[in-house]
Write a protein that binds this ligand. Structure first.
Ligand SMILES: [Zn+2]
Length: 240
């Protein structure tokens, strides 16, 4: 069993036995890994400190060749987001990021760019940034990394850029915004206003500071469709 080193964000932990726990760590190098931390529940163990949710840690793991859980042999804290502890909307946004990372990706499927933007978003949340704008920007990056970035500057179905002539909508099935005539072909559509679409487009460029309730709802709907269920933390995300 070769030992592997990685840096990752703790996105989930579950108790395994009296003294051990299983941690899901979303690493930059290896993608998502689930590791058994023996002794991880003992008070004051190194693991105990490092395996708190949303802690960034440097880990060493022994990879099991067939089926079994990988074994965590070292875990050291690299970074904590102290600002999240005193700011509930920011903490909920952090939990939401952990949920998207944990649920939306496969084991051992690394996305270093998504890891970096997760870290960047958590830092900004911890520093007191606007959770609703940060979450919306993050959701779009998350979708893009999974190859599902919504088309927002033209109809995703017919390609027209004349979107102001009728009722426009967002459709995960179509892969983004759909014009009035095309919208009828997609049952999963959710109407969106022109202002909402402008806001979504400007978020893509990372320049728009404000996100409205509508954008929050449309993005939440889109993410839920992609995941196949509504994320548990979605209801706790601050609006506007
Ligand atoms: Zn169209």
């Amino acid at each position: 069993m070769p030992a592997e080193k990685a840096t990752g964000i703790v996105v989930r932990t579950t108790d395994w036995s009296e003294t051990s726990r299983i941690a899901t760590i979303w690493t930059r190098e290896l993608g998502k890994v689930s590791v058994l931390a023996k002794g991880g529940r003992r008070l004051k163990s190194n693991f105990e400190v490092a395996l708190d949710l949303l802690t960034v840690c440097g880990i060493v793991l022994l990879r099991k060749s067939s089926g079994g859980l990988d074994l965590l042999t070292e875990a050291q804290v690299v970074e904590r987001f102290a600002g999240l502890r005193t700011n509930l909307p920011a903490l909920y946004a952090g939990y939401y990021i952990a949920e998207l990372l944990g649920e939306g990706t496969q084991d051992y499927d690394p996305h270093p760019k998504l890891f970096d933007s997760s870290l960047d978003t958590l830092r900004k949340l911890s520093a007191g940034g606007d959770p609703s704008a940060l979450v919306a920007g993050y959701e779009l990056e998350w979708l893009a990394e999974l190859g599902l970035k919504p088309i927002l500057d033209r109809c995703a179905h017919c390609g027209t850029q004349r979107l102001d002539t009728g009722m426009i909508a967002m459709s995960p099935m179509a892969g983004g915004v759909v014009c009035g005539p095309c919208g009828k072909e997609f049952n999963d559509r959710r109407t969106v206003s022109m202002d909402g679409l402008v806001c979504l487009n400007e978020l893509v460029m990372g320049e728009h500071p404000a996100v409205g309730r509508e954008v929050r709802e449309v993005l939440g709907f889109y993410i839920s469709s992609v995941l196949g269920r509504r994320p548990r933390m979605l209801n706790f995300i601050a609006v506007g």
